[in-house]
Design a binder for this molecule. Structure first.
Ligand code: ADP
Length: 304
């Protein structure tokens, strides 16, 4: 098999004169977890739909698992598993029945599906829920069932749209742990997410999109080093504008976001010294993270 699982070359897509994907090129290697990040409307879902052959690009070339898409999307799709953003399980069916029904979509015989169901239930940690109606499951269990369902055809590539949106922290950690198991088994994952922590933990590489264009690409920690590269001091309290002017000469960059001041400080002690004597301030010094990168690239003030 090709070592490139997904290849996009100069891909463009517009809806009613609005450019949604603007000449995008990217390659996802077999066995890697690749993240698509970007604000709402950046084009992430459209890219995922084009990879699945559900949306036809206006220009450019897409290859998925060696097949040209959309022309040969059906051939690629038999080796792809999809975890959609919203669980679309059969609520009145049991956990086991959901898996059995889904297997039929892949033209698997009843016997074939039945032979893989136990290992899928085990993978999803749902052995004890095999005969429970889906409507009775927690959000985390439903997500794990959707993930198990996506694995029924033993796909090489998984496409996941915001896999942990709506889950509590426990449910989220469990999904992350399960995804790491899949990556250790050599699966390739294309992931869209709004959670920077998720991207930082799981993605080997990622790209940040804005208005259908790639504005950054790389390994999470390389991007953090390149874009931020020093500790961040978050400053709460006081007048952000005044404090900003005071510490600017001692910082690499200062940003005001709402009532918080973000100070990128190669020499944090120097900044702390300048702020001494200002009553009522609370300082949080921490290493930089992917959220800093994302907000720097796409603008902290954007949602205001
Ligand atoms: P994201 O997943 O990053 O939030 P999308 O790919 O869903 O972004 O959408 C990008 C833009 O394309 C949005 O402005 C959206 O309204 C538009 N769009 C997506 N699908 C369609 C469609 N079928 N018809 C018209 N506009 C669409």
């Amino acid at each position: 098999m090709s070592i490139v699982a997904i290849d996009l070359n100069g891909v463009k897509k517009s809806y009613n004169d609005k450019i949604v994907v603007n000449g995008l090129s990217l390659a996802v290697a077999t066995g890697e977890c690749f993240g698509l990040l970007g604000p709402n409307g950046a084009g992430k879902s459209t890219i995922a739909r084009m990879v699945l052959g559900m949306v036809r690009p206006d220009a450019g070339k897409i290859t998925v698992l060696g097949e040209t898409v959309p022309a040969r999307a059906r051939l690629a799709r038999v080796r792809v598993g999809v975890v959609p953003q919203f669980d679309n399980l059969e609520l009145e069916f049991t956990v086991r029945e959901n898996l059995l029904v889904f297997g039929r979509y892949f033209s698997m015989s009843a016997r074939e599906v039945e032979s893989v169901v136990p290992s899928l239930l085990e993978f999803a940690r749902l052995e004890s829920k095999a005969n429970a109606r889906v409507a009775e499951l927690s959000g985390g269990m439903k997500r794990r069932l959707t993930l198990a369902r996506a694995l029924i055809n033993d796909p090489h590539l998984l496409i996941m749209d915001e896999p942990t949106t709506g889950l509590d922290p426990h449910g989220r950690h469990l999904i992350w742990e399960r995804l790491r198991v899949l990556l250790a088994r050599g699966k390739t994952i294309l992931l869209t997410t709004h959670f920077m922590e998720e991207a930082e933990r799981l993605c080997d590489r990622l790209c940040v999109l804005e208005k259908g264009r790639k504005i950054a690409e790389g390994k999470p920690h390389t991007l953090i080093d390149e874009q931020i590269g020093c500790d961040v001091i978050e400053i709460y309290g006081g007048n952000p504008q005044e404090l900003s002017a005071l510490i600017k000469p001692y910082a690499r960059r200062v940003e005001v976001s709402g009532e918080t001041l973000f100070c990128y400080a190669p020499d944090p002690e120097e900044v702390r010294v300048r702020l001494r004597g200002h009553a009522g301030l609370r300082l949080l010094q921490r290493p930089p993270n992917l959220e800093d990168v994302f907000l720097r690239l796409t603008g902290r003030e954007m949602e205001k």
